[in-house]
Design a protein around this ligand. Sequence first.
Ligand SMILES: Nc1nc2c(c(=O)[nH]1)N[C@H]1C(S)=C(S)[C@@H](COP(=O)(O)OP(=O)(O)OC[C@H]3O[C@@H](n4cnc5c(=O)[nH]c(N)nc54)[C@H](O)[C@@H]3O)O[C@H]1N2
Ligand SMILES: Nc1nc2c(c(=O)[nH]1)N[C@H]1C(S)=C(S)[C@@H](COP(=O)(O)OP(=O)(O)OC[C@H]3O[C@@H](n4cnc5c(=O)[nH]c(N)nc54)[C@H](O)[C@@H]3O)O[C@H]1N2
Ligand code: SF4
Ligand SMILES: [Mo]
Length: 762
Amino acid sequence: MTTTPDRTPPPVDTEEARLAVGRPATHAAGLKAVQVSLTRAVKQMGVVKSARNLLTLNQVDGFDCMSCAWPDPQDHRHTAEFCENGAKAVSWEGQRETVGAEFFATHPISVLERQTEYWLERQGRLTEPMVRRGGSDRYEPISWEDAFALVASHLQRLDSPEEALFYTSGRASNEAAFVYQLFARAFGTNNLPDCSNMCHESTSVGLARTIGIGKGSVSLQDLHEADLIVISGQNPGTNHPRMLSALEIAKQNGARIIAINPLREAGLLAFDNPQKPKGLAGLGTSLADRYLQIRSNGDLALWQAIGHLLLARGVADTSFIERHTVGFEDWAAHVADLDWDAVLAATGLARAEIEAVADMFASSQRIVHCWAMGITQHRNAVATISEFVNVALLQGMIGKPGAGLCPVRGHSNVQGDRTMGIWEKSPDSFLDALGAEFGFEPPREHGHDAAAAVRALRDGRAKVFVGLGGNFASAMSDTHVTEAALRSAALTVQISTKLNRSHLAAGRDALILPTLGRTEKDLTGGLVQRVTVEDSMSAVHASRGRSEPAGPLLRSEVDILCGIAHATLGDRHEIPWTDFAADYSRIRESIGRVVPGCEAYDEKISRRGGFTLPHPPRDTRTFPTAAGKAVFTVSPLEVLTVPEGRLVLQTLRSHDQFNTTIYGLDDRYRGIRSGRRVAFVSAADLAELGLADGDRVDLVSEWEDGVERRADDFRLVSYDTPKGCIAAYYPETNPLIPLDSQALESGTPTSKWVVVRLVPRG
Ligand SMILES: Nc1nc2c(c(=O)[nH]1)N[C@H]1C(S)=C(S)[C@@H](COP(=O)(O)OP(=O)(O)OC[C@H]3O[C@@H](n4cnc5c(=O)[nH]c(N)nc54)[C@H](O)[C@@H]3O)O[C@H]1N2
Ligand SMILES: Nc1nc2c(c(=O)[nH]1)N[C@H]1C(S)=C(S)[C@@H](COP(=O)(O)OP(=O)(O)OC[C@H]3O[C@@H](n4cnc5c(=O)[nH]c(N)nc54)[C@H](O)[C@@H]3O)O[C@H]1N2
Ligand code: SF4
Ligand SMILES: [Mo]
């Protein structure tokens, strides 16, 4: 048995010494949320910039919130159309401190490596292009032109274009994403891994194979009009806070809500809307009418049981099934023959609870089903999502007002990036259109996804890694393997706003290319440029920042990408890189001709509020699958178990972080202050293991490769979670997730299912 160490000693913030644990909250938002947003904003940006930024956030002529992908209301908008976590994201980007050449002169990489993610990003905005050469311990300044030439020389030296990897995080604009994938393909590879691979990939795969399009089928209006809303594996109070406003409206219109989650999340229990006097006074709206505190990974079993019960209750929409679907008989036969013992073991629920939920389905006419990472980051996620679809099809809940499937996306433009072709498996139809527009033959062989990208670097099959945003080193699973893979690269390039661990897990040559954020004025080419984004409900609109850039040397993502592309490819294929950077409308003209649904793109995004992309199942109940109809699918009921004395760890977000960006050390809704190295464990497990709240343990993960992975020194917190199921924050726990532990079919790391044991610290 081999054991990989944690970073020893794990970097810990001094503030962690004050770690305090209180009672979890039972309401989300309220006055506290307003206080936190304003205090953070003023502290980081100053009064004037705070006012300017927060007042243009999510306004029609302002910038799109760069935090999550929740949509903006189409019709009327409040003056303050944002939430606590949106405000935190804006403050974080608007931070006044900067990190330039002087900082790097006094901070060698070996010193920075000992700092936490929280400390690194807190140092301020990156403002100068920096290079580390030949494995040196320091970053030093480099001019933009020399930086582009360095990337070009590395790329031109490769034996094959397949040795280059082009990663994207979901904050990149549509224009940047389009140019980036065009460059990768013109260079000769489909190696376009992205954060989606770690996020909603299971959704994209599950929906594409069943309804023919990998996107959700609802609008905000549908949510308002639903009479039943189901929320599975999602913590909207923290991660999509304005979803709570939509839920409040739905409740006022008479909707009922079912929450399915191992943890009782405050944001699913009740909402004190800070934009309303009653909310500020703490007299808000209670949300979940029923809370199923399911065991980790019990969802596939639960949904087969719901299907089983609905069939027995005779509520099938037979005309919808006949006209629009295939495969019903096989599926019905499969769920009719349900193993209740397996269902109860997998879910940890009582049969009566499941029956009561099925009754709520049976008595509802308009059902919307929302989900996020608690579903997608599991081994059998694609099967679970396909089962959601089965139940929706059974009752004809797609393509009618107030009903549909609502995967809630993470990064603000992760859906748009896919639409623009950031995908290692883009279909031939897209590649044909791209080739026709630019007069070249794009490569057809599928590229590497995120996990395959790590393997390719690790095994020496890839040598150059370019990151358009994000923090690949910390966000990916198996931190030590991922970091070592990045370090083995000949060149790593990170296009970033803030310093993070990916800049430290650097290739022999490494570049940090600082870029403008969404809040900042983009005057590339002497024009006032705007960009476009797509939200979780396929609405596309423009975004324009107003703030002064953090430094004079910053360049936009589009400008940087066009610079790299031009230096690498010159005038090959006659792609007008310089014109693209000079006027982003030129990019939008090409998007209009290449991307389905984006015809007359520049004109449509100039309309107030933008436009919504077509979605055949939602719009006309047509299903672009091979069968031409929606597909019922049969999935074997798999009940995952763990060996004696072991627990299942889910890795999740605190209220004070955005992915690997740590804003602060509190998780207000879960009662945690000043600390992140905590593990939430049930009282029953603590008792059985002879441990107690407050004890310190190391987490050790066990996997079939025989390697034991460790994350050291976590404080145990006695918490209301099902027995056997524990929780701790990401990214601190990423060293525990084996690279090969991936969801079937989608390849998503199984971040919500990690088998661990707790080892008391002596
Ligand atoms: N403020 C803030 N906003 C964010 C982010 C952020 O980090 N901070 N991240 C953004 C991104 S990229 C994303 S993808 C989204 C993530 O949004 P979420 O998916 O809400 O994020 P997680 O914290 O991973 O929470 C997962 C939820 O699933 C539950 N869960 C875990 N396992 C299971 C299970 O087996 N079954 C069920 N039914 N539930 C389960 C957990 O208890 C938790 O409530 O948020 C986006 N928005
Ligand atoms: N264990 C575990 N692992 C997970 C998850 C989990 O739930 N558990 N969730 C997964 C999910 S859902 C996701 S989406 C991934 C996230 O993975 P990533 O998207 O790769 O990571 P982020 O933390 O969002 O990236 C933060 C960095 O982005 C850069 N940045 C911020 N704004 C901008 C910008 O406007 N432009 C550019 N160019 N750069 C910018 C900053 O330098 C910042 O340090 O993590 C995944 N990893
Ligand atoms: S819900 Fe998401 S997109 Fe909307 S303001 Fe809050 S963080 Fe930003
Ligand atoms: Mo995500």
